[in-house]
Write a protein that binds this ligand. Structure first.
Ligand code: SF4
Length: 318
């Protein structure tokens, strides 16, 4: 791997709750090369969105390092972080909830200029907004529209234009298409891909949908209850998944052929609580291969072959 743009080391994000400490993200480490995409997948509650937000410090990390171009931004002051946010942006899942309903398309896209006190000249600012609208495929006639007057696809295009306003290097795409109609999902994915190629953007692409992440990612991490259980290239993950949880997720992807037969692995057993988790593999209560040792000792994420990491005591046996 050449020099990574982003390196996350032993990142933890815990939340205090009335029932105890919730380990939402627990000792997560990975790296992303410039211009590449890392897919982060898992079921709801696995910590994937919290990971994205902790990287941007929208949730303050409990511990760990986030190295951006070699500098640990968890040590940055709020002022330094504000400056960093020009380079590090996010596209949210629900475009409607993330856009101010009382602002026009133009005002929303221009928000970053106001926050960073750039482009104070009105004519220049309006020109740049129109440029950004064209970049994301929004017609100029919509410049004075409000979010509620637009469909989900167009609203997500506004979110993308706003994220691109300061010419970032890195974007967290947090379930960017899961709130959209299937017919519109492909358009937004193609747009994100095209923008990456044109601008050399580096993405973290967070999703619960493995079929989407395959199309989009160079490497993939699979998360389960705050932990990475498997981490490898997209190609390797789909060809040779190892962790029993990854295999179950992959078995749930529909096959687009009427005659195709695929056996779905149904996970049974209770989901371990991420609040004050006990030692042991967090997947053990749902794992058909679990042995007594799995309930006592937490497996490390370790390389089982070159470029393929798995967190399972018995990975070599699968
Ligand atoms: Fe299953 Fe044990 Fe491996 Fe966990 S460590 S995935 S419980 S076999």
């Amino acid at each position: 791997m050449s020099e990574p743009l982003l390196e996350v080391k032993h990142l933890c994000k815990y939340f205090n709750t009335s029932g105890g400490v919730l380990h939402a993200v627990d000792d997560v480490s990975f790296a992303i090369e410039k211009g590449k995409t890392l897919g982060v997948v898992g079921e709801s509650g696995c910590g994937k969105s919290t990971t994205g937000r902790a990287i941007l410090r929208l949730h303050e990390p409990t511990s760990g390092e986030v190295l951006f171009e070699g500098n640990d931004i968890t040590k940055y002051s709020m002022k330094q972080m504000r400056e960093m946010r020009k380079d590090m942006q996010i596209v949210f899942q629900d475009p409607f909830a993330s856009l101010n309903p009382r602002k026009t398309v133009s005002e929303i896209i221009a928000e970053p200029f106001r926050l960073h006190r750039t482009l104070t000249n009105k004519t220049e600012r309006e020109g740049r907004v129109l440029e950004l609208m064209e970049t994301v495929g929004l017609a100029a006639r919509l410049v004075n529209s409000y979010p509620h007057e637009l469909d989900g696809g167009r609203r997500q295009r506004i979110g993308i234009a706003r994220a691109l306003a300061m010419n970032p290097k890195f974007v967290v795409c947090d379930e960017p298409v899961s709130a959209l109609d299937v017919s519109i999902q492909a358009q937004i994915l193609n747009l994100l891909k095209q923008l990456q190629e044109e601008r050399g953007l580096t993405y973290i692409f967070i999703t619960h949908d493995l079929s989407v992440v395959n199309y989009f990612s160079d490497e993939i991490v699979v998360m389960y209850l705050g932990k990475i259980v498997e981490y490898t290239s997209a190609e390797q993950l789909f060809a040779h998944p190892v962790h029993p949880y990854t295999k179950a997720l992959l078995s749930a992807i529909p096959v687009p052929r009427v005659d195709a037969k695929k056996e779905r692995i149904l996970l049974k057993g209770e989901i371990t609580s991420p609040i004050n988790p006990k030692p042991g593999c967090r997947f053990a209560p749902r794992c058909e291969y679990a042995k007594p040792e799995c309930f006592e000792k937490s497996p490390e994420l370790r390389e089982t072959e070159k470029g393929h990491k798995v967190s399972c005591h018995f990975a070599e046996q699968f």
